[in-house]
Each structure stands twice: as structure tokens, then as C-alpha cells.
Design a protein around this ligand. Sequence first.
Ligand code: SF4
Length: 329
Amino acid sequence: MKQKLGEIIKKALEGGEITAEELKELLMVPSLAEEAYLLCAASRKMVERASQSKAEVHGQVGIDCGPCPKNCAFCSFAARNQVFPEAIVRTAEDIVSRCLSLEKEGANAIFLMATARYAFADYLKIAREVKRELKPETPLIANIDDFGDEEAQALKKTGFQGIYHVMHMGEGRETEIEPRIRLKTITAALKAGLEIGTAVEPIGPEHSLDEIIEKTMLIRAMKPAHAGVGRRIKIPGSSLAVHGQFNAAQIASVQAAVILALGYEVKGHCGEHGIGAMAGVNLAFAEAGSNPRDTEVNTVKGDNVGIRRAELREAGWEIHEGPSVIFQQ
Ligand code: SF4
């Protein structure tokens, strides 16, 4: 192992804050090199210490499917990708029942997701019904469009504990969202007392290391409840499909580097299960309804908390029972 790499890993594990230049050194490690395994072992160790070796599975229910006007090139809901030419909105009964099933299966928190085309007032209406039916201690997390101070207060009042919000890779370039709007939303949420779940995503071969570093440093400054690293999934026919996508091994070493840069304060990290879980991923999502990586209306592959728990256990994690501790800091 290069001397410098060992020193950076040691610094991170001893609680030091690594610099952007040091993170770049970590990100430059080829994914199948011997050093990549050391990197993953170190990031795993860091998350084990931060989380007392516990993993969580959160449930996410998608309320509607595109076409979304924000047109993120990586998203199957984007109007320009023409995967969902018609909008589909689930009924309140359907959404409540999916949330309750996930809670019953043992989900430690419930995320309620909507596209940017879904009206905030309608979202709050459904959220109130969901909140009324869930156990009071189950954290409810909003995954929605950008908003301001007033909406942040309304989310808090409705009983949301946090939001999932991402400054996407290529924001403003591969999306029709101005980066400053994303930041404004995160600031409003924090001001209202909402916790932030976020990630460096969706990363594809088209992105520079400098952009991964910029997004990681932004997340570190946010002091999120959970972070993560996500690869861009190829949507056939989309403008980004030509770049292909990273494999799980490539993204695991990026995940390891990002974890080491974020340090011990972040207790939860989502990302690829399997190889990623060996590198420190201790947060998985069981998804019902649809999600923006799918080209199907109903996600079936991720809708089972038991499957997600089993995957995490296979990677040696103990599963936390009860309400999330990641979202109760
Ligand atoms: S990522 Fe969100 S905002 Fe962007 S197109 Fe998809 S649903 Fe709309």
C-alpha cells in the first residue's frame, strides 16, 4: 500500500477530518486493487463503530409516477425519458396500507415519496392519514420536491421527522433544478428541525472525481442523519445511457472513500447491498409503489423488509429492532 494512502486511512479512523485532496487520493484507488479492500475494511470498521454494528431497513412508498417536469436525465419519471407518459397516482387507502405493511414487517422508518409534479397540499393530506395510522414512534420521512420555510414548518407540524433530499450529481446540468434551490430546501428543513437523509448520487462514469468530492464535502457540512452513495442506473433510451453504468465493485470503493471522509458522526449509510454492505452500507430500503430507478409501475424487487434484512445479515450486520436510531439523533 502506498504510504500516503495508509496515512489517510489512519487519519480518518483516528477521527481526523480528511481534506478534499486526501479524499481524491482515496477515490483514485482502482476498485479491484489490494488497496481497495483495505479501504473497504476501514470504512466498514468506521460504520460499525458509529452504529454499534447495527443496520436498519427503512420502508419507502412511492405515491405517484411521472412524467415529472424537473426532467432529471437519470430518472425514469422525467418527462423527457418517456418511460411513464401518463401520470399515475395511488389512492390514499393504497398508500396507507403499503406503509402499514412495511411497518409491520419491521421497517425502522417510513419514507413517503412523491415526484415534483405532485401538489404539496395533496401530499400533506395523505401524509396526515399515514401518520395517524402508523405507530407514533415510527419516524416518517418526506422525499419530495423543493420547498421553502413555510412548507418545512408544515411538514414538521404534520409529524415528519426528516426529509430525504439530494444535491444530485450533475444538478442544473443533467436536471432542470438550480443547485441553489436544493440548498435552500435543505436549509429550510434544518431550520424547521427536520433531519436530513442524503447521498452522493446518482454517480455514473460521466462524472469527475472533483464533483464526487464537492458533493461529499457538501454532505459533511450538512451533518445528516444518514448519507449514502448511489450509482446511476441506466434507463434505456435516456441521454445518459450511452455512458453505461458502474458495477457494484466500482461503486463500493467510492462508498468506502466517502464514508471515510464523512467520519464517525454519520451513523447510517445507504448504497449497494452485498459488496457495498461489506464496505459499510448499513441502511437498506424496502420499496413499495414505484421508484425513479425503475421502469415498472410497481417495484417488487425491493418491497420486502425481510429480504433486505437478510441481505444485511449476510454481510454480518445485526439488525436494529424498533424505531430508527439513525433518524433519532
Ligand atoms: S429525480 Fe425527482 S425531481 Fe427529478 S425527474 Fe425524478 S421525480 Fe422529478
